[in-house]
Write a protein that binds this ligand. Structure first.
Ligand code: ADP
Length: 185
């Protein structure tokens, strides 16, 4: 599925984020920035040790207590096809009344802002927080897509944003929600 919003191409695909050739891919990291399971594990495995080295330096110099939920930082992409990895921390789902929507919005918005501030043109997102962190996929996709849409309405420096969904059912959910959130699709 492909949609144009204010000059930026938005694509929804099924795939593995570590295969993407965008300028940056986004990592659904945890605040420790030391790797983990899911997308995080896949990115560090494919990207090699350079990414972890850079994460350790960021912890030492900027975030000794860990990267707070909703913030984003950038490293190079190591052996990945993508030149950069943007690491952001989504919220853990705790029933929905603990600022989960605001924090998930921040994770997407801060990743997008960081990409633009570095002059990047293309970025691939996974479905942040919907794996180990347990955020319901429908609610999370609504936030992901509406945050990207709002961002692109004010900002046209990006050429392409790709949502890379790992399962067919996640892709179907994102497509259904995109039809609701983004008119004229
Ligand atoms: P979180 O801790 O933020 O929930 P996870 O990595 O556990 O992050 O899961 C986020 C989403 O990413 C889940 O939908 C999961 O199926 C998906 N996922 C896992 N591995 C990959 C991958 N290699 N590429 C794209 N998506 C992936």
């Amino acid at each position: 599925m492909e949609i144009i919003i204010n000059k930026t191409k938005l694509r929804l695909i099924r795939g593995d984020i570590t295969d993407q050739e965008t300028d940056a891919i986004v990592n659904a990291a945890n605040s420790g920035l030391m790797g983990g399971g899911g997308v995080d594990g896949a990115i560090h495995r494919r990207g090699g040790p350079k990414i972890l080295e850079e994460c350790k330096k960021i912890r030492q110099s900027e975030w000794p207590k860990g990267l707070p939920t909703g913030k984003a930082v950038i490293t190079t992409g190591g052996n990945l096809k993508a030149s950069f990895v943007i690491h952001t921390v989504g919220p853990i789902w705790r029933g929905g009344n603990n600022k989960e929507p605001e924090l998930l919005t921040d994770a997407y918005r801060n990743s997008l802002k960081l990409a633009v501030s570095k002059g990047l043109k293309s970025i691939a997102f996974p479905s942040i927080s919907t794996g180990a962190y347990g955020y319901p996929i429908w609610k999370a996709s609504l936030i992901a897509l509406s945050t990207v849409k709002e961002f692109l309405e004010k900002e046209n420096k990006l050429d392409e944003i790709i949502f890379v969904l790992f399962s067919q059912s996640d892709l179907e959910t994102y497509k259904d929600v995109a039809k609701e959130v983004i008119p004229n699709v």
